[in-house]
Design a protein. Structure first.
Length: 168
């Protein structure tokens, strides 16, 4: 996970990384782009996908889905790029954890984008951070995610040392 400050890569650097990976990895190899938000630099993500298309069909991204427009969802589907959608449960919980700089929640945008993605690719996956608040309404939180058309949900234990989460 990257710090929240701009430090973009470029096509030349990405090409070197992908070339090294292709030459040194045991094929068939694949990759998953995640950290901060891969869709933030759509131009570089498309470069990675297009540059690697001829040597791997194991491509994926992990996204908060805020920037997942229909055109982008269509492209990722056409290019057979797996998308793991990060979502934290129901609207109430998600909007508590995933906010814009102005403090407003992202659920309305994210849920709409995930519903579209799931409608064009039934294999769409999601990952939720399991916090004590998530567990308090496990049925409601899991149900809210499944209602978006998700058929495969990973539950990840919260990794936030600055919070006093306990799982007794």
């Amino acid at each position: 996970f990257l710090p929240k400050r701009p430090k973009d890569s470029n096509e030349e650097t990405l090409k070197k990384i992908l070339d090294w990976f292709r030459e040194n990895a045991e094929l068939p190899a694949g990759y998953n782009v995640f950290g901060t938000e891969p869709l933030y630099r759509w131009d570089l993500l498309k470069f990675i996908i297009n540059y690697s298309f001829d040597w791997t069909d194991r491509r994926g991204i992990t996204s908060n889905c805020v920037l997942l427009t229909r055109n982008r969802a269509d492209y990722l589907t056409e290019m057979k790029v797996g998308v793991l959608c990060s979502i934290d449960g129901s609207e109430t919980l998600h909007d508590k954890n995933r906010v814009f700089p102005d403090g407003s929640g992202s659920w309305k945008i994210v849920s709409k984008n995930i519903e579209y993605l799931a409608s064009i690719r039934p294999q769409t996956e999601a990952a939720a951070v399991v916090s004590p608040e998530f567990i308090d309404d496990m049925t409601g939180n899991v149900g809210a995610i499944l209602d978006l058309g998700i058929n495969n949900l990973a539950l990840n234990k919260v990794q936030a040392p600055h919070r006093n989460y306990t799982f007794d």
